[in-house]
Design a protein around this ligand. Structure first.
Ligand SMILES: Nc1nc(=O)c2c([nH]1)NC[C@@H]1CN(c3ccc(C(=O)N[C@@H](CCC(=O)O)C(=O)O)cc3)CN21
Ligand SMILES: CC(C)C(=O)C(=O)O
Ligand SMILES: [Mg+2]
Length: 267
C-alpha cells in the first residue's frame, strides 16, 4: 500500500472519515500507522505528555524537530506509512521570516505538513509556505498556545459574531493555501458550518462527528490522563492491547461511532 498523502486525504473528504493521533516516538508511530491511523500528529502537546509541563508554551522548535525525526523513523517501518504533521510551537512563527526558518527545521526533520495555530493573521506565512511547496494545516478554535489570553482551556465560537468570524477565517485560510483546517473545542454546529464552507479536509477535536476527520492525544485515548477533557474517550478497554485500541479508534471514527454526543459541545 502506498503512503498516505495530502492528495489521498483530500480525496476522502465527503467519502470516508479519517483518523489522526498524536505520536512522539518511533515505537508508537509504527503501531499507530500499522493500526490504520492516516495522520500522525507530532503535537506540541508533547510539552504536557512527554515533558511534564502544564501547558505547551515551553516547547521549542528543536524539541519538535527531535520528536518528528523519531516519529519519521518508526513510520518508515509501517506497512502503510502515515502522513506526518508537526506543530510549529509557541512564538516560533510570529513573523514570516521566523516562520519560514521554523518550517525548514521541522520539514527537514521529516514532517510532511505543518500545523499552525492562528486565524487570518497566518495568511502571509501560509502564502509563502504554499509557494515554497510546504503544506499547512491551520488550527482554529481553542488554540492552546493562547491559553493565557483565553484565561483557560475554554470552548470557542459560542457567540454568533465569533462563530461567523471563524467561518470567514477558515475560508480565507483555505483560499491562502491551507491544505487542511483543524478545529478544537468548538460547538458541533459551527464545526459543521466550516466543514461545509471549505473544500479542504477539516479535522476536529471536541468539534462533533460532522468534521471530515478526528484527532486525539494518544495518551488520552489510552486512558493515561487522570483528568480527561470532555471530548476524550478511552479506547484501551475490553481487554484490548495498544495496537487493538488504536484500531478500535480508527474503526469508530470510520463508522461515525466516535465521537458520540457526550464528547461534543453545543452553542
Ligand atoms: N493530554 C492533552 N490532551 C489535550 O487534548 C491537550 C493537551 N494535552 N495539551 C494541550 C491542549 C490542552 N487541551 C485541553 C485541555 C482541557 C480542556 C478542557 O478541559 N475543556 C473543557 C471544556 C471547557 C469549556 O466548557 O469551555 C472540557 O470539559 O472538556 C480542553 C482542551 C487540549 N490539548
Ligand atoms: C490536540 C492536538 C490538536 C494538538 O495540537 C496537539 O496534540 O498538540
Ligand atoms: Mg498542538
Amino acid at each position: 500500500m502506498s503512503a498516505i498523502s495530502i492528495r489521498s486525504l483530500q480525496a476522502m473528504k465527503q467519502q470516508e472519515k479519517f483518523s489522526m493521533l498524536t505520536a512522539y516516538d518511533a515505537t508508537f508511530a509504527q503501531q499507530a500507522a500499522d493500526a490504520g491511523v492516516e495522520v500522525l500528529l507530532v503535537g506540541d502537546s508533547l510539552g504536557n505528555m512527554i515533558q511534564g509541563h502544564d501547558s505547551t508554551l515551553p516547547v521549542t522548535v528543536a524539541d519538535m524537530a527531535y520528536h518528528t525525526a523519531n516519529v519519521a523513523r518508526g513510520n518508515r517501518r509501517a506497512q502503510r506509512p502515515a502522513l506526518i504533521m508537526t506543530d510549529l510551537p509557541f512564538m516560533s512563527h510570529g513573523t514570516v521570516e521566523q516562520g519560514l526558518e521554523s518550517a525548514r527545521l521541522v520539514m527537514q526533520a521529516g514532517a510532511h505538513i505543518l500545523k499552525l495555530e492562528g486565524d487570518s493573521w497566518l495568511i502571509p506565512l501560509i502564502e509563502s509556505l504554499s509557494r515554497q511547496g510546504v503544506p499547512v494545516c491551520a488550527h482554529l478554535g481553542l488554540t492552546p498556545q493562547s491559553v493565557n489570553k483565553f484565561g483557560g482551556y475554554r470552548v470557542q465560537g459560542r457567540e454568533q459574531d465569533k462563530a461567523d468570524a471563524m467561518v470567514e477565517h477558515a475560508i480565507a485560510l483555505a483560499n491562502a493555501g491551507a491544505d487542511m483546517i483543524l478545529l478544537e473545542c468548538v460547538p458541533n454546529e459551527l464545526a459543521n458550518r466550516i466543514t461545509a464552507a471549505v473544500s479542504v479536509p477539516v479535522v476536529g477535536i471536541g468539534a462533533g462527528a460532522g468534521t471530515d476527520a478526528q484527532v486525539l492525544v494518544m495518551h488520552d485515548m489510552l486512558g493515561l490522563n487522570p483528568r480527561p477533557a470532555k471530548f476524550v474517550k478511552n479506547f484501551l478497554t475490553d481487554g484490548r492491547n495498544i495496537q487493538q485500541a488504536f484500531a478500535a479508534y480508527v474503526a469508530e471514527v470510520k463508522s461515525g461511532q466516535f465521537p458520540a454526543a457526550e464528547h461534543g459541545f453545543s452553542a
